[in-house]
Design a protein around this ligand. Sequence first.
Ligand SMILES: NC(=O)c1ccc[n+]([C@@H]2O[C@H](COP(=O)([O-])OP(=O)(O)OC[C@H]3O[C@@H](n4cnc5c(N)ncnc54)[C@H](OP(=O)(O)O)[C@@H]3O)[C@@H](O)[C@H]2O)c1
Length: 301
Amino acid sequence: MAAVAWRLLLLPLRLLYHTLRAGWWLLMPPRPRKLTADTVLITGGGKGIGRHLAREFARQGARKIIIWGRTERCLRETCEEIRSWGAECHYYMCDVGNREEVYQQAKAVREKLGDVTILVNNAGVAHGKSLVDSDDDALLKSQHINTLGQFWTTKAFLPRMLELQNGHVVCINSVLSLCSIPGTIDYCTSKSSSFAFMESLTLGLLDCPGVNATTVLPFHTSTDMFQGMKTRFPKLFPPLEPQTVAQRTVEAVRANQAFLLLPWTMHLLVIMKSLLPQAALEEIFRFTGSYTCMHSVKGRT
Ligand SMILES: NC(=O)c1ccc[n+]([C@@H]2O[C@H](COP(=O)([O-])OP(=O)(O)OC[C@H]3O[C@@H](n4cnc5c(N)ncnc54)[C@H](OP(=O)(O)O)[C@@H]3O)[C@@H](O)[C@H]2O)c1
């Protein structure tokens, strides 16, 4: 009983300490993790944000880069570019939605290239259709790739990270996991489940020294994924550049930051969402065109 009372007394002090420490780190960031001993595996590393992540990890000194994807041409191009800078890069064809293929390729990576110390779950698809307009297979595919794919890749690499007490699991999620829009219902659902996966994983790693997680939640980014998306005020809410997302992601991993919303103004959206009544939120979404922005998107599989 005395121990519980003591812990209760200490709790506000500990909260204050962590809040002040986070504030101090904003002003005086601690020395970032060096990547020179790290082997980084990026799913969907052939193009879009994934290709920029591969470039950025290489630029910031990672020892080996391994990229996975389904399109060999894109993977080869990315690898050749990174190798031309003198960095080590390898690619494997792997559909992360296929559990057996993930386990098989993870084994091949381990046997040929050694242990992966940073896993970046970036691969994703968006069909860009409403529930009634989507065919069932497309709805299943987005859950298999965007959510379940991370179960298989993380299960494949995390046990060894825990053994080595050295590892980092990264997820390129989306701000849509916290604030859904219509017209891409399967994508929003998959990203929300993936966010829950990462929150649970992050807390589960609290007592695992040397192993951490980072979840990145970017706003609309100018890649092929949401090509054609029309927002009402593009000057006010411009899309992010994929290289910015990649750079901020690598910095967050090196600083061991658990969650990163991009841009920072998305924090306001989250605060408004938890405070304002639904009707007021609907006014904001209507005003900004969020209800209709998916109408012009072609969608990709
Ligand atoms: N673009 C945005 O507005 C935005 C915003 C927030 C978050 N995100 C997230 O950022 C991540 C990257 O998206 P992006 O914008 O770079 O899109 P992108 O340009 O369409 O790239 C998607 C990548 O995922 C790979 N991929 C798709 N399905 C795969 C599968 N089954 N197995 C392995 N790789 C697969 C693709 O390669 P292959 O087709 O060759 O397999 C490609 O490299 C996604 O998780 C996305 O949800 C994007």
